[in-house]
Design a protein around this ligand. Structure first.
Ligand SMILES: [Zn+2]
Ligand SMILES: [Zn+2]
Ligand SMILES: [Zn+2]
Ligand SMILES: [Zn+2]
Ligand SMILES: [Zn+2]
Length: 598
């Protein structure tokens, strides 16, 4: 079946395994990666042990579209006949038209009248990531039933409301009838429990699950959230020699693994060090002559083998590489950065402004969640559905090229700012609400989210909104990386939409100081007002809302652009407002340069 044109990027970010895809003729779901055809050299490999080791795999494969390379199944199975005289609701797998040959040539057809049939608009899922069919028969009959009468779904009027959709049973002795009005209410299904089905792993047995079922429309955005983990490929990791050794490392690992199995079979004690040294020697012999000395080879191998166990390690390594860009040789074809001189009045707020003219990013798909957006710092909480990377040893990933603007904030000024108002109390509100949110999801509370994070995040959004008007990239093409920990206080706004080597150049251009001043000042001006004021301005986190003064009208951006699901935003951290409890970090700048007095 044709699924239309999906780019590699789309398979990673939006239409990966477990997502529902509107294909040309029907609705389908991508299968887990252990169903992908992985025997030949069909997929291109990407080596980057830092990200791979963190994700528990050895390397990555670039996805490819195609019947075997990106296999899908029909989902949902329930279909509705489009003939208004028929409107039969049926399971395709139980009908003759479900036969692959008929299906492939004619698409889904009604078994009764042979008219075109359409996939069910309704599906069910749960917070643990399971997904299932909408229980039409049970819904119509008010629970479990013996009735096997034919079911029809008719529209009683020309309005599109759900209550005008009537489900009915043909059986003379039953004649059940019900509108679809309650079909999307969670309460309707309070007596049902999740069957623990992962439709993207058709040959696996169901999980045990006691979560509530959530009825939903097939195309709703909360049916699938991809968990993408990415790393910038910055020197030395992008160095050609490093790349060469990255590739060798997988061979060395295989060699060690073989030796270990041999030792086990021979009942011998396995000497890891010895096996590793021999593996290194074998691999080194395969390298082109004079590429590097054996000592250098070992040194690089060890550096690569360190890997990363926490995502924050990856971010810290990027952060340091960006700050040290001057020390990196300019010979890299994949990384280019230049420092901008900050004028004195901006030096108060920022310590560094760096234009990233060229950078490569590896984006790997780890798994997905349903129902709620995954947390950027949590990886192994119960509701994540991981792809089968443990079995395959790889995950799907793409390598993109991009450009960006990096900012480091002045920590001293941040301390000043925090001491100018009762920031501690507000910080605690944020952190407590964040902790509650994380714990309610069954995630691990790992990183406190204080007001400085909110400041960095709000600034990032304000800049992205302004940059989308000037850089030639829309908000959906821009992305943020917030670098915040004991050792980091900065942000990167970048785009990694370039499939090939090329980018527009419009974004880094905006990082040139003359442009950047305008961008910053306009972003701050825009943050002063929101069409939802005064309500927006008076909002504090609480009741499952993790934002302060930050809403769709003022600070939010598309979820693909945000690293934190549009959570933890507050304009009051950046600009002066009439909220007396707050001070904005850029208050002085706004008053002086923007000439605004409140
Ligand atoms: Zn029909
Ligand atoms: Zn019936
Ligand atoms: Zn479930
Ligand atoms: Zn607002
Ligand atoms: Zn964000």
């Amino acid at each position: 079946m044709e699924i239309g044109n999906l780019s590699q990027n789309q398979i990673i970010t939006t239409f990966g395994p477990g997502s529902i895809i509107d294909a040309k003729e029907d609705s389908v779901m991508g299968l887990d990666i252990n169903y992908w055809n992985n025997d030949g050299e069909e997929y291109r490999r990407i080596y980057f042990n830092k990200l791979a080791s963190y994700l528990g795999v050895r390397y990555f494969l670039e996805p490819k579209q195609g019947k075997n390379s990106f296999p899908v199944i029909i989902f949902p199975d329930w279909h509705v006949c489009s003939n208004i005289k028929c409107n039969l609701v049926f399971q395709l797998s139980e009908s003759v038209t479900g036969n692959p040959e008929i299906y492939d040539s004619k698409g889904p057809r009604c078994p009764d009248c042979d008219f075109r049939a359409y996939p069910s608009r309704f599906i069910m899922f749960c917070e643990n990531g399971h997904i299932d069919e909408f229980p039409y028969r049970e819904y119509l009959h008010g629970g479990k039933t013996q009735c096997e009468g034919k079911i029809r779904l008719r529209s009683a009027s020309y309005t599109s409301s759900l209550s005008s959709l009537i489900l009915s049973c043909d059986n003379e002795s039953c004649k059940a009838r019900k509108t679809m009005g309650d079909a999307l209410l969670k309460a309707t299904f309070s007596d049902y429990s999740c069957k623990g089905r992962h439709a993207h792993r058709p040959s696996n047995p169901n999980d045990k699950c006691s979560a509530d079922l959530i009825p939903s429309l097939r195309g709703a955005t909360n049916v699938y959230f991809s968990i993408v983990r990415s790393a910038l490929e910055i020197p030395p990791w992008s160095d050609k020699i490093f790349q060469r050794v990255e590739k060798m490392k997988v061979e060395i690992d295989n060699y060690i693994e073989d030796k270990k199995i041999e030792a086990e079979l021979d009942d011998e004690v396995f000497d890891y060090e010895k096996a590793q040294m021999r593996g290194l020697k074998v691999a080194y012999r395969k390298l082109e002559e004079n590429l590097m000395t054996f000592e250098k080879f070992i040194e690089i191998y060890k550096k690569i083998a360190e890997g990363a166990s926490e995502y924050s390690e990856i971010k810290e390594s990027e952060y340091n590489s960006i700050l040290n860009h001057k020390a990196l040789s300019k010979n890299y074809s994949s990384f280019l950065a230049s420092e901008e001189d900050l004028p004195d009045y901006l030096k108060i707020y920022f310590t560094r402004l760096i234009r990233i003219e060229k950078v490569r990013e590896i984006m790997a798909l780890k798994g997905f969640t349903r129902a709620s957006f995954p947390d950027p710092d949590n990886d192994n909480f119960a509701s994540v559905v991981n792809l089968a990377g443990k079995d395959t040893g790889w995950l799907p990933a793409v390598r993109t090229s991009g450009e960006g603007i990096f900012l480091e904030l002045n920590r001293e000024e941040i301390e000043n700012w925090l001491s100018n108002f009762d920031s501690k109390a507000i910080s605690e509100i944020y952190d407590n609400e964040y902790r509650k949110h994380v714990e309610s999801k069954g995630w691990e509370y790992r990183q406190n989210r204080d007001l400085v994070y909110v400041l960095l995040h709000s600034l990032s959004h304000a800049l992205i909104r302004e940059l989308s008007l000037r850089s030639g990239y829309s908000t959906t093409e821009l992305q943020e990386r917030i670098y915040y920990s004991e050792n980091m206080c900065g942000l990167l706004i970048y785009t990694a939409s370039g499939d090939s080597e090329g980018t527009l150049g419009g974004l880094e251009e905006m990082g040139k100081i003359n442009n950047f001043q305008d961008v910053l000042i306009n972003a701050l001006k825009n943050a002063l007002i929101c069409s939802a004021d005064p309500g927006c301005l008076k909002t504090y986190p609480g009741n499952e809302n993790l934002n302060g003064a930050g809403c769709h009208a003022c600070l939010m951006i598309p979820e693909t652009a945000c690293e934190n699901g549009n959570r933890l935003l507050d304009r009051r951290t950046i600009v002066p407002t009439q909220e007396k409890n707050f001070k904005g970090y850029f208050e002085k700048l706004v008053r002086e340069v923007c000439g605004i007095s409140l």
